[in-house]
Design a binder for this molecule. Sequence first.
Ligand code: SF4
Length: 165
Amino acid sequence: MGGLHIQYYIVCKRKLWLYSKNLGVELDSDRIVEGAILHDRAYRQIKERDIHIDNQLQIDAMDKHYVREVKNSSKMNQSDHWQLLYYLYELKKRGVEKKGLIQYTKERKNEEVELTQSDIERLEQMTKEIEGIIHQPHPPKLVKKRYCRNCAYYDFCFAGEESEE
Ligand code: SF4
């Protein structure tokens, strides 16, 4: 279980299932390069960056007060928030308490994220539901979303079909 499971749970449960089965690759090479450039530019001044914890958390950067994530745009704002809350929650379990900060480069804005008790309860519920979804023998039913066209699983989901929009 990692941050991407939480993101995909919010975005699309079918995507979560496909990702958990290693069916296809989520990020294409352009997005990987774009992400690497974003991170490099955003956190040059921060010593602790690209932090990997227990093969579970992959944090962009951390300083005295904040766990920081940089995103290109706030289009997926809700899933970004829950991903960062999940990092804060996992760090808290390990005795590290911090706030989160998401930096949206396109909109040039920062959003502060703070973990509350009700977030913790929601995350515990989410992780149970995620376990249930990824252990299902079949993917959840296809539900078309605005996001589908930008999803790496688009061809898998819509093979032989012209998408409306
Ligand atoms: S293409 Fe749409 S339905 Fe299929 S996994 Fe992606 S977001 Fe979900």
